[in-house]
Design a protein around this ligand. Structure first.
Ligand code: N01
Length: 547
């Protein structure tokens, strides 16, 4: 199987008139809101979307079990009171179909589709200094010209298949989770393999284990996971949530990751053993990311505090998995709790108690080859009807690398970032004028919608400022970019997550060049990120040159 990755060339210098004030790439959560704001600004805006409909992540990731693990009522657009009043969430952690419906509801309400061209894959974007514009080429040969280019291409949108021999040869059904067929796949009674046990793999395993005849889970790295505790939202509860939206949103703005969960001010080391155990128990029994982001303040920075929570969760896994040998394989040994993105689960561990579910530790018995009929490890061959690749993404910069982006003098963004990204606040790149990124590398990251709204607002205000002054060229300076880079590196210091391989530290063993650990996001939290961004604006966009 392939994900259809191709290379394309674009014309560096455009010929026609500049048709658009702004082109936004992507009609997902951030692209839709960016469109709303640019329209408001009176800019002639076009959105180019690779998919057939709106939704981005929530359009592509329709695998069994896909759902939020942020509270639905915090992963909302806050810009429209009407949307807040009219939309009803049915679950505290909504499933993919519900979230996709939500994004379509918003798109209907604001008639977004009249500004969007679907099935439009941008393959190249070249800056032309003469006309101060960007020339875009699409995979079907279409070309566009725009003054400003705004990327809203997501952080987890470039799906990656494993670099295992024979991926192309399997004759059964095989799917990457982020390219799941719209018509669905009937896995009832089938012999199914899942490769990958990140947040996606965990969600797939717990769902597919209910229907597959035999499910074999190929795990390379055991991941910590904690219960989601999802539940339905009653009409009365939804009414209360609506009334509380201002408080909920205000709380999200105050927490580092923009969730409702804020760290406890105590150290895990300053309380008694009983107090600590009771607190861990409480967090483990509550819905959402409280166990991760609402825990003692030092579990993600202090080795001993981290060991204590890791031991607690390991005990829980042992209690939940009947076979001690399987439990042992499911307990991570190479990283501490919460130092990679925490999957939230619903009876994931119990799935391994079922007779139709088998765990294969591919560190013990590596996969040698995917054959025409199954998967062969060093221990033997697994005959299969279907293989599910829950193998993740070329995260954060992958979607940029997939487009041939060239700035001043034909400089390639991919080459520019070959030793890791450098940006100004995740919004701008020196040498790439008039290109703005929503959720770009080294920007803040957490509850996606909360951060995306902030990002799109910042981009809009900058473009509004430029427009009001008749500016046709906006660029950051190398100095401002380096200052931000150093701030990103400083704010990442001490985080245990930086000592661990994960997409958050830029590692993807299936992609060449993604083997050096680096901070790929700003680790200083939303309040700090907002403060820095606000200061830039207060100082007359210090670090940005308008011409
Ligand atoms: O991807 P991942 P994901 N052989 O990179 C394994 C968000 N998300 O799609 O750890 C064998 O985390 C790889 O193994 P290893 C969320 O932010 C949100 O699961 O590299 N295994 C790993 O187990 C999340 O963090 C929701 O050793 C191979 C897995 O594949 C992000 O998306 C739900 C392999 C990849 O895990 C990405 O999650 C789901 C190989 N060759 C996801 N190659 C929500 O609820 C890779 N693996 C909102």
């Amino acid at each position: 199987m392939t994900l259809g990755v191709q290379t394309h060339e674009a014309k560096r210098e455009g010929t026609g008139a500049i048709e658009w004030d702004a082109i936004v790439i992507g009609a997902g959560v951030s692209g839709l809101y960016q469109l709303y704001r640019l329209r408001e600004l009176g800019m002639k805006t076009l959105v180019l979307e690779k998919g057939a409909r709106v939704g981005g992540t929530w359009y592509w990731n329709r695998y069994p079990g896909a759902r939020f693990d942020s509270e639905s009522w915090t992963y909302i657009y806050s810009f429209s009171k009407e949307v807040l009043d009219e939309w009803t969430w049915t679950e505290h952690f909504a499933s993919q179909p519900e979230t996709e419906r939500y994004l379509n509801f918003v798109a209907d309400k604001f008639d977004f589709r009249r500004n969007i061209e679907f099935n439009s894959e941008v393959v190249a974007a070249h800056y032309d200094e003469g006309s101060r514009s960007w020339n875009l080429s699409l995979s079907d040969g279409r070309e566009y010209r725009t003054r400003f280019l705004v990327t809203a291409i997501g952080i987890l949108s470039e799906a990656t298949l494993p670099s295992i021999k024979g991926v192309e040869t399997f004759r059964g059904a095989s799917f990457h989770t982020a390219r799941w067929p719209e018509e669905g796949v009937d896995l009832r009674g089938k012999r199914v393999a899942v490769i990958g046990t990140g947040s996606t793999g965990v969600q797939v395993v717990q769902e597919v284990s209910k229907v597959a005849g035999q499910l074999t889970v190929f795990q390379r790295t055991a991941n910590w996971a904690a219960p989601l505790h999802n539940s339905k939202i009653t009409p009365e509860e939804m009414q209360r949530i609506r009334a509380d939206y201002p408080d909920i949103l205000a709380r999200c703005r105050e927490t580092p990751q923009c969730f409702v969960h804020a760290p406890d001010s105590r150290s895990a080391l300053e309380v008694t053993d009983q107090e600590r155990e009771a607190f861990f128990e409480q967090r483990y029994s509550e819905p959402g990311f409280g166990i991760w982001y609402g825990n003692f303040r030092d579990i993600l920075v202090d080795r001993e505090a981290n060991r204590l929570i890791s031991d607690f969760v390991a005990r829980k896994i042992r209690e939940r998995v009947k076979d001690p040998a399987i439990a042992d394989k499911l307990i991570p040994k190479d990283h501490g709790f919460g130092t990679r993105r925490l999957p939230l689960e619903t009876k994931y561990f119990e799935a391994f108690n079922q007779p139709n579910v088998e765990l294969v530790d591919v560190k013990e018995t590596p996969i040698e080859e995917i054959t025409e009929t199954g998967i062969r490890t060093t221990a033997g061959e697994y005959e299969l009807d279907a293989i599910i690749y829950a193998t993740g993404f070329n995260a954060i910069i992958g979607a940029f690398e997939a487009i041939d982006i060239r700035g001043v003098g034909g400089k390639s963004l991919k080459e520019e970032w070959s030793s890791g990204p450098h940006t100004f606040l995740g919004f701008l790149v020196a040498g790439f004028p008039n290109m703005l990124m929503v959720m770009g590398p080294h920007g803040g990251l957490g509850n996606f919608t909360r951060f995306a709204e902030f990002n799109a607002n910042w981009v809009t205000e900058l473009l509004g400022y430029a427009r009001a002054r008749g500016v046709t060229r906006v660029e950051t300076t190398p100095e401002a970019q380096e200052e931000w880079y150093h701030h990103v590196i400083e704010s990442a210091a001490g985080l245990l997550s930086n000592e661990v391989d994960s997409w958050m530290t830029g590692i993807n063993k299936n992609v060449e060049g993604r083997s050096v650990r680096r901070p790929y996001r700003y680790g200083g939290g939303f309040p700090g990120f907002k403060r820095y961004c606000d200061q830039v604006v207060e100082n007359g966009y210090a670090g940005v040159v308008f011409d």
